[in-house]
Ligand binder design. Structure first.
Ligand code: PLP
Length: 481
């Protein structure tokens, strides 16, 4: 065994030798020589490592062949130089898919981002006075006009907005929260943890399913600084359940000279049938909440951001807080948000131009037509390439996602795929490895490609990726030998 290892290592070609390979010539045209040489060195080192560790001696002879090493080096160069953050096609049936980037931006917002990114701007420069300006000014007026708020500011995301509300309004004081609202939002963002981090003291009241005004009243002391309501975005307590309204909390707060903060989570500004029953930003402000916060990239359909709206006095406190600098929003986000918010001045335009709203508002007739078109394109592509699979179109119940509207079922349609060769899990995996990956959903041994979040011009791309994946499945046994 040791002898075979020594013998194999002696036959390992040198890096210099391998660099002469004609197969590497195209790489030298596109990449620095040092990068290619690095990949060759790494390929040789990997082969040496395998032999030294004595694993699978029967593969060694093949491992040290120059062609094999060069192929490995080429795939290393490809993986090093490919962008890691890449486009995928969302066929998951989830509109605001946090893992797929939540909302995609309307074109008008993208144009604002490009300009902000590649030109100097008045980000913090007051063009009227020539003095230093505030980055909040770019969206504050618009946000106030759209929602009726007195003042507004924007931070990096809603998690940061909640932290800033708590730190700015309740550090060293008690914050009263309903037990039914001590939620985990995801990614280990838990309200009790954020409260502790802010230096405020959590006072839980009520029960998981019912919290009444009297529960809050009984808990107010001279140490109380804030009443916090948290929208239980990603779940619902059904049946024997009761929450205290924001009006009631405001009434209590006025009697005791306290503030009310409302973490709305998604904070929809548009009026879609899908949003019926959701607490709205305007309603919360009208009821008298001192400050409300919500995400920019959930049901608003804009960039990742945390939007804070409220009274002049409360927002001024938050703007001055040292933490505000740490959670500051960047200029590209502001540009995207302003571009998105401008569309909201005309609700009709907003529904048509903001992809998240358009997808949430799609009719079953439209998704059926899209799914039928995708089915036909896929059938043609499979026939062209001599591939086979069982295809169909089915109605689906798609989701809003992003921890919003957990019970809502959006009527949509999907193309169903069952491969003739290989498992459904293998097909799903191959689709993720495609040059343009597709994220679908597997259920009942079927791959569902939901069209709710696909554009007509994306359908041929989905068809090509599925064809690529089926081809891959068909050739796996051959490719492994
Ligand atoms: C989503 C959500 C957050 C976190 O918002 P991000 O924008 O993801 O930081 C906080 N609170 C609630 C209620 C949410 O739904």
């Amino acid at each position: 065994m040791k002898e075979k290892a020594q013998q194999t290592l002696r036959s390992l070609p040198s890096v210099e030798e391998l660099l002469q390979s004609p197969n590497l010539i195209p790489l030298f045209e596109r990449h620095p020589r040092e990068l290619v040489a690095g990949a060759v060195r790494e390929a040789v080192a990997a082969a040496r490592e395998r032999v030294l560790h004595g694993s699978h001696p029967e593969t060694w002879d093949r491992l040290v062949q120059p062609a094999q090493l060069v192929a490995l080096a080429i795939s290393l160069v490809e993986s090093w130089t490919r962008h890691h953050l890449r486009r995928v096609l969302n066929a998951s049936g989830v509109v605001v898919h946090t893992n797929l980037g939540r909302s995609i931006l309307p074109q008008a917002a993208v144009e604002r981002v490009v300009e902000a990114a590649c030109r100097y701007s008045n980000l913090e420069y007051d063009l009227e006075s020539g003095a230093r300006g505030s980055r909040h000014a770019h969206v504050e007026g618009l946000l106030c006009r759209l929602t009726g708020a007195e003042a507004a500011m924007v931070v990096n995301n809603n998690a940061a907005a909640v932290l800033l509300m708590l730190a700015g309004l309740a550090t060293g004081r008690e914050v009263i929260v309903s037990r039914g609202q001590l939620v985990e939002i995801g990614g280990s963002f838990r309200i009790p943890d954020i409260l502790r981090l802010s230096g405020a003291q959590l006072v839980e009241v009520g029960t998981t399913n019912k919290t009444r005004l009297a529960d809050y009243e009984a808990a107010v002391t001279s140490e109380t600084g804030l009443l916090l309501r948290v929208h239980t975005s990603n779940f619902k307590v059904m049946g024997f359940a009761e929450e205290t309204s924001i009006e009631e909390l405001v009434g209590l707060a006025r009697n005791w000279d306290l503030r009310v903060a409302d973490d709305l989570g998604s904070g929809a500004l548009a009026e879609l049938p899908a949003f019926r029953g959701e607490p709205t930003v305007g309603a919360s402000l009208k009821a008298g909440a001192d400050v409300v916060s919500f995400s920019g990239d959930k049901l608003l359909g804009g960039p990742q951001a945390g939007i804070l709206l409220g009274s002049e006095e409360t927002i001024a406190l938050l703007k001055k807080h040292p933490l505000a600098r740490a959670v500051r929003v960047d200029k590209m986000t502001l540009a995207a948000l302003e571009g998105t918010l401008h569309l909201y001045r005309d609700p009709e335009a907003a529904r048509a131009a903001i992809p998240t709203l358009r997808y949430l508002d799609r009719r079953a007739g439209e998704t059926e037509a899209l799914a039928t078109a995708l089915l036909q394109q896929l059938e043609r592509a499979l026939e062209r390439d001599g591939l086979r699979a069982t295809l169909g179109v089915e109605g689906t119940a798609a989701k809003a996602g992003g921890g919003s509207l957990p019970l809502l079922e959006l009527p949509s349609h999907a193309v169903t795929v069952r491969p003739e060769i290989g498992s459904i899990v293998a097909l799903e995996g191959a689709l993720r490895e495609a040059p343009l990956p597709v994220v679908g959903r597997v259920a009942q041994d079927t791959l569902y490609l939901d069209v709710l979040t696909l554009e007509t011009e994306e359908l041929p791309l989905v068809a090509e990726s599925v064809t690529w994946a089926l081809e891959r499945l068909a050739c796996v046994p051959a490719c492994d030998t």
